[in-house]
Structures are given as C-alpha cells and as structure tokens.
Design a protein around this ligand. Structure first.
Ligand SMILES: [Fe+2]
Length: 246
C-alpha cells in the first residue's frame, strides 16, 4: 500500500476550527497514521473576519507539528469565496504553495453563481478545486450546473465521511464522473475524523481501480502541480436515480 494522500484537512493547532492545541493535533495525526495516510495537505480555513492565517503562520505551525508525526505535511489553505481576494491571494494560498491549484469553499447553504465565481478565479491562471461538493444541496439537486463547472476545468472532491454516510448516492456520483478525488476535511478525532480507510474500501469494492485514482493518483498529481485526466460527467437519464435505494 502506497498510502493515502489527503488534500483537505484541518490538522494544525489553534489556527481555525480544527484542533485547539498541539496535543489535539498530535492525537488527530496519530489517527491519520492508523488510517494509512502518508501525505496530508494542511488547509486551514481563510474566512475573512473569522480566520485569516498568514502564509508564515501556516508554515510555522506545520514545522511545529511535523516533528510529532510520520505523515508528511504540506502547506495549503481553504479559501471561503470573497470578492476582496486578489489574484496573488489565490497563488499564495495554493495547494502545496505551488501556484497550480487552490481549494475554494462556498457557504453551504444558499444559491450562488458557482460557475461564474469559479471561472473568475480560474482566470487568474490557477485551477480552482471546489471543496466538498457533497455539502452543497443546491449543486447536488442541479447536476447540470455541476457538469458545467467540471466541463470548465474545475476540480471537485467529496469528503470521505459523506461517502461512508451515503455510499449509494456518492458511488453513483463518482461513477458518473462528478468526483475527482476524496479527502477527509478532518477537524478532530471526534468531530469529522479522517474516515478515508472506510471510504476507500467502499469505493474499491464497488468501483475497483477507480478508488486508486481518487485516493492516490489524482491527489498525487495535484500536490505535484500536474494536470488530471478528466472525463465529461454523465447526467443519468432517469430523473432522481441518485435518490433511489438499491
Ligand atoms: Fe475544510
């Protein structure tokens, strides 16, 4: 086993709503080691007026925590959409600070012009990753919009915990090409733990090798700033097919 690469996590102490202190960070990372995670991107929230970590803070906290874990920690951030962000912000807070991919979140409720907002970020010359599409009912109920987002070259991921919670629905979403990788969005051992091992088992037993693409290959390409191979998503002809239980 080559080990999971987790692109979205809140593992650094006292920087956002993740672990409060170094002990809680270490406890969370130990559970990550047990899950089989080998590489993780620390993506603390950047939400204007609430959490505004500086690049140096992120690197400093990574250095502090790295001594206590065998998991390789890379820098990043999760940016809440904000009209005041400039082009430089997307680059400086990119995944692995490599200037190729940036993790973007929206408020989970509400209707937004997802496509235009993401395309606007993309026009800075960076590829947006739309965080946890499993958390936006508006998109899950409007797959045409999600399809257009992916056709525009935007990357999507789902949280492992959502997959474990509703495997039938999310396996369909994966199988129809709407998901490019699975990440944990872990916040703590009790609240939103990693759950990647379970999620991987679910995907591999149903969709075989696709699991490796979603848990290793695509995340590997992202941290190294390489392009992903994307297929056009397929919207099922029968309406509501995602909702039906087996
Ligand atoms: Fe997150």
């Amino acid at each position: 086993m080559i080990g999971f690469i987790d692109i979205h996590s809140h593992i650094l102490p006292g920087i956002d709503d993740g672990p409060k202190d170094i002990e809680a960070s270490i406890e969370l990372l130990e559970s990550g080691e047990d899950e089989g995670i080998k590489t993780i991107v620390a993506t603390p929230h950047f939400i204007r007026g609430m959490y505004e970590p500086k690049k140096e803070d992120i690197l400093k906290k990574i250095k502090l925590v790295q001594k206590h874990t065998s998991i390789k920690i890379l820098p990043g951030a999760e940016l809440m959409i904000d009209p005041n962000f400039r082009k430089e912000d997307y680059f400086q807070y990119s995944i692995n600070f490599s200037g190729k991919y940036v993790l973007i979140e929206f408020p989970v409720t509400g209707m937004f012009n997802f496509l235009d907002i993401l395309k606007n970020i993309q026009s800075s010359g960076i590829t947006p990753i739309l965080a946890h599409i499993d958390r936006y009912p508006y998109l899950l109920n409007n797959l045409e919009i999600l399809k257009d987002i992916i056709k525009a070259g935007i990357i999507t991921h789902i949280n492992g915990s959502s997959l474990v919670g509703n495997p039938h629905f999310f396996l369909k979403l994966i199988d129809n090409g709407f998901v490019h990788f699975v990440a944990s969005d872990a916040h703590g051992v009790d609240w939103r733990p990693f759950m990647l091992k379970k999620a991987y088992k679910i995907v591999s037993s149903d969709l075989g090798m696709t699991a490796d693409t979603l848990f290793y290959e695509n995340p590997y390409r992202i941290i190294n700033g390489k392009k992903l191979f994307i297929n056009e998503p397929i919207i099922p002809r029968k309406k509501g097919i995602f909702r039906r239980r087996r």
